[in-house]
Design a protein around this ligand. Sequence first.
Ligand SMILES: [Zn+2]
Ligand SMILES: [Zn+2]
Length: 302
Amino acid sequence: LKLTVLGVGSASPQVDKNPSAFLLSIDNEYILIDCGEGTQYRLLENAIKVSRIKTICISHLHGDHYFGLIGLLSSFNLKGRKDSIALIGPEGLLEILNIQFAAANTKLNYELNFILNRNSEGKVLLDRIRFKIESIPLVHRVQSTGFLVTEKEGDRHIKAHKLPENFPIPFYKKLKDGKDVIDPLTEEVFKAKELTKKGTPKKVFAYCSDTAYYPEIVPIVKGANLMYHEATFLKDLEERAEMTQHSTALQAAMIAKASKVKKLLLGHLSSRYKSSDEHILEAKESFENVEMAIEGAVYDII
Ligand SMILES: [Zn+2]
Ligand SMILES: [Zn+2]
């Protein structure tokens, strides 16, 4: 599980930042989380094979989180994409896209499977063989939802040297699932515990998009390997954070500490801040393993 940061800016445009966009890779598949203006150019710059994007998650309908979506979806069409896309987003998103497609007389040559996200607590939005995506309800001026992406534990590894020659293939599958196998002819028992070892452990990434300080999410994000949390303001502007329903760096760190995540990434700083140093200093008052999310950087989720 790897995270590529494509954009960490906030609502006001800045020369040296792009609006929100994050790319998770699981095996050979990508999940795009938020799609601010220009995201398709960031994908090009980072040499991302866009055909591998199978899932797109949109946190909320403020422009800095989805104005790049119509461009990206239209470009998929131009390039003749055939593979379907699962699009997770709030009420209204599909209608907006449909108006834009209709006005341009665009007929998609791929399937756009829309999954409506109603901000319900910890709901599973998508469940695939290798990963699942759950919602993290947030508090913002419009419905806003974070995403908890869990890479599932890998199959158990077979200790092949301990198995007899010509061991039947269907028995392998059973052992990998952790089940014992009894040979029907010899009644010999092959114990999964002895003949296999644990697969790769599950990994969790928590994406907490625009939100006021909201400790109710702690049980949902608990123990995540990596958490991204917005930190629009510093604590001296806590009142402004509350008014605009954003968080301070300290509040983001308090969520990270309470939920015992392994590492915290901050982003979405207000354009009033020219440096992120103070955000990091402030966050470290509560949580040590914190970094600013850097555009173009790739983070291994371990
Ligand atoms: Zn925003
Ligand atoms: Zn917002």
